[in-house]
Unconditional design. Structure first.
Length: 282
């Protein structure tokens, strides 16, 4: 528990440091200038930057070392190879949110930069899965990995070539993310079957619900940006989705209860998402 809380505090302090050291926000050229939020006592941009820094730390940890005992107090060694892969992709989804926030709010880059970085991570993971024939051992199916590769490739190609249909490609990828999230969040056991996971156990539906939750959050941010919503407002909408999805997934999904999360620790995320959403949107 002490180790878990220490890492949570470390992530928060790292995010605060990034926020204070960042360059002023410069609006990406393809997004409209819309000022939202700021009515309350909290600085909405600072809160969004703290959230982005926390997503970078949390996402990187889960993507590079896919276990949940470090941050969330889950018993060490309970995840099999199939579930570890699901947790790794959960980390990628969280990392994608952090990359968008860092590139758009901290650095003022064009949205094509963050979109390209994000889809390249998914492309690398899907290619790794296909080349190692993981569809035969842990899943998902080859069709699933090829679908991920197809939707992300068109975003990368259009962004790198400055194609006029970049926005359409980003919308398609966001729609794919949201559609993938739906079954995983609402019917986790169905998600296991749809993605044809192999080597699953009693914890797999809970892990699938977790990745669905974060795909939904990632997809919400991507969709908002793709449809031209100003970055800070898009983050506010994403925080609304995050608060709802986190509460539903980690507190009201029986399959997730089997994993054994420390609810006191994981409850920080929907609370902070709700505070950030209120600061930005109200």
């Amino acid at each position: 528990m002490a180790k878990t809380m220490f890492l949570q505090v470390l992530a928060f302090l790292a995010a605060m440091h990034l926020s204070s050291a960042a360059m002023p926000f410069k609006r990406p050229s393809m997004l409209p200038a819309i000022s939202r939020g700021g009515a309350g006592p909290l600085d909405p941009t600072a809160l969004a930057k703290v959230l982005g820094g926390a997503c970078l730390v949390q996402g990187a940890q889960l993507a590079l070392a896919p276990d949940m005992d470090t941050l969330y107090g889950v018993e060490e060694g309970v995840l099999n190879e199939c579930n570890a892969k699901i947790v790794r992709r959960t980390g990628l989804a969280i990392l994608n949110v952090g990359v968008h926030i860092y590139c758009l709010l901290f650095k003022g880059y064009d949205m094509k930069v963050s979109a390209t970085i994000n889809v390249l991570m998914w492309m690398a993971d899907a290619i790794h899965s296909l080349l190692n024939n993981e569809s035969e051992t842990i899943g998902p199916s080859k069709a699933g990995d090829v679908s991920i590769l197809a939707f992300t490739s068109i975003v990368a190609y259009s962004a790198l070539n400055d194609s006029p249909w970049f926005g359409t490609a980003l919308k398609a990828n966001a729609g794919f993310s949201l559609a993938s999230a739906l079954s995983c969040v609402v019917f986790p056991s169905l998600g296991v079957k749809l993605w044809e996971l192999k080597g699953d156990d009693e914890l797999t539906p809970g892990c699938v619900s977790g990745v669905g939750c974060n795909l939904g959050i990632m997809g919400t941010l991507s969709a908002a940006l793709a449809w031209g919503v100003e970055p800070l407002t898009a983050i506010g909408y994403t925080c609304v989705a995050a608060a709802i999805l986190d509460l539903k997934t980690y507190f009201f999904t029986p399959e997730v209860d089997k994993i054994g999360f420390n609810k006191a620790v994981i409850g920080i995320w929907p609370f902070f998402a709700a505070v950030t959403a209120a600061s930005i949107l109200m």
